[in-house]
Ligand binder design. Structure first.
Ligand code: GAF
Length: 388
């Protein structure tokens, strides 16, 4: 993995479509520091935007054709605005087309015109770092400007979520798009998923001599199928059994009572316990960052990982190995980040321990017979913006 340094999107645009784009926009992937599977439970999350970005070069057309192409390869994908009716699409173009459909729903389809778009992204695909949300958000800020929609960023978050839920088919929450649209350098986004309030919280990693190491296990996951949706169903079942609108509104005493009197089975009880305790950990992490700084949050990251592994059961052996190796090499805390079932682990490390931790993870993976991981550090970075 290497961070974006040049504008390959414009080069592809010119090679594919001729001439210059009307503009270039970009949006970052994200790491979630803490607060996993809390977003669709109306809870709290604390992600930050990273220095890996999706870049789109875009030019309006004077007809209703939409043509998209990516440096990742494959033929250009072409459609018409009329054809974008919210139906499922299975290629990467779903992230762009889903945004077009959602913005048309929000602002009226008569506001839309055709366009050409070239994408270049260095957010690793399938790493649990929101490569899809970064494409959605870069597209959303580009089209908002080119179509003069004047949309609030919070409404672009919801457009991205609807694109994901309806056109991609993944029943995800609002965390990833919020991080990508509201990220700021050196800060995390403290997100209240019920109100959509997004408040920057200074991280101060650099001054504290800390780095965030990301280990991409390259174990692929797909939130449009399987485990993610079943976890969401468990949470909704638990909220119904507890008689609350969302798990945000329950506490551990309510939960224990529902388990004891038989309203909840043991598995649903544990799933809900993860969410309720994770919300508490997010709030505690924000308080700790503000009062004591980033060196004091390690135990909360560790507790979050244990809860995801044991109660929510979304970790995999490769993630657990990465977490253990980073901790043994001096991480203050380490955990799975993102939706789980593969993807990435993060470790919060003193800068001088990064090389040792990287080597330790590689050795642990080799010893266990796992495939080679992708390992990089990331920095809290600005959100979606116009670049050119
Ligand atoms: C994925 C989803 F897209 C987010 O909405 C969130 O639920 C996350 O998994 C888990 O915290 O990234």
């Amino acid at each position: 993995m290497t961070a974006t340094t040049d504008d390959e999107a414009t080069r592809l645009f010119t090679a594919q479509f001729g001439g210059e784009p009307d503009g270039v926009w970009s949006a970052p992937g994200r790491v979630n520091l803490i607060g996993e599977h809390t977003d669709y439970n109306d809870g709290f999350a604390l992600p930050f935007a990273i220095d890996y970005r999706a870049v789109v070069a875009v030019r309006l057309r004077d007809d209703d054709r939409v043509v998209v192409v990516s440096t990742a390869g494959g033929d250009p994908v072409e459609t018409s605005l009329d054809a974008l009716d919210g139906s499922r699409i299975s290629s990467w173009a779903a992230y762009v087309f889903g945004i077009v459909w959602a913005l048309g729903e929000d602002h009226g389809r008569d506001r839309l015109t055709g366009f050409e778009l070239a994408l270049h992204s260095d957010v690793p695909v399938g790493a649990g770092l929101s490569s899809s949300a970064s494409i959605e958000c870069a597209t959303a800020v580009a089209l908002d400007e080119l179509w003069s929609l004047g949309a609030e960023r919070a409404s672009l978050v919801l457009a991205g979520q609807r694109a994901e839920n309806t056109v991609v088919g993944a029943p995800t929450g609002i965390m990833d798009q919020t991080a990508s649209l509201f990220g700021e350098a050196d800060s995390a986004v403290f997100l209240d998923c019920r109100t959509q309030e997004a408040v920057p919280v200074g991280l101060g990693f650099a001054e504290a001599g800390l780095e965030v190491l990301v280990v991409d296990t390259r174990v692929s996951h797909d939130h449009a199928t399987g485990g993610y949706a079943s976890r969401r169903e468990s949470c909704e079942r638990a909220a119904r059994a507890l008689g609350v609108p969302a798990l945000r509104d329950a506490d551990l005493d309510d939960l224990q009572a529902a388990f004891t009197d038989g309203r909840l089975d043991e598995e649903t009880f544990r799933r809900a316990r993860h969410v309720i305790t994770e919300d508490e950990r997010v709030l505690e992490t924000v308080r700790t960052l503000r009062s004591a700084g980033p060196r004091a949050v390690g135990e909360l990251l560790d507790a979050s990982h244990a809860s995801m592994r044991d109660d929510f059961e979304i970790s995999v052996p490769e993630i657990d190995a990465a977490v253990a190796a980073m901790r043994a090499a001096g991480a203050l805390g380490a955990r799975l980040t993102g939706g789980g079932f593969g993807g990435s682990a993060i470790g919060l490390l003193p800068r001088e321990r990064v090389a040792e931790a990287t080597a330790a993870v590689r050795e642990a993976f080799a010893a266990a017979g796992f495939g080679e991981p992708g390992i990089t550090t990331v920095s809290p970075s600005p959100g979606a913006r116009r670049d050119g």
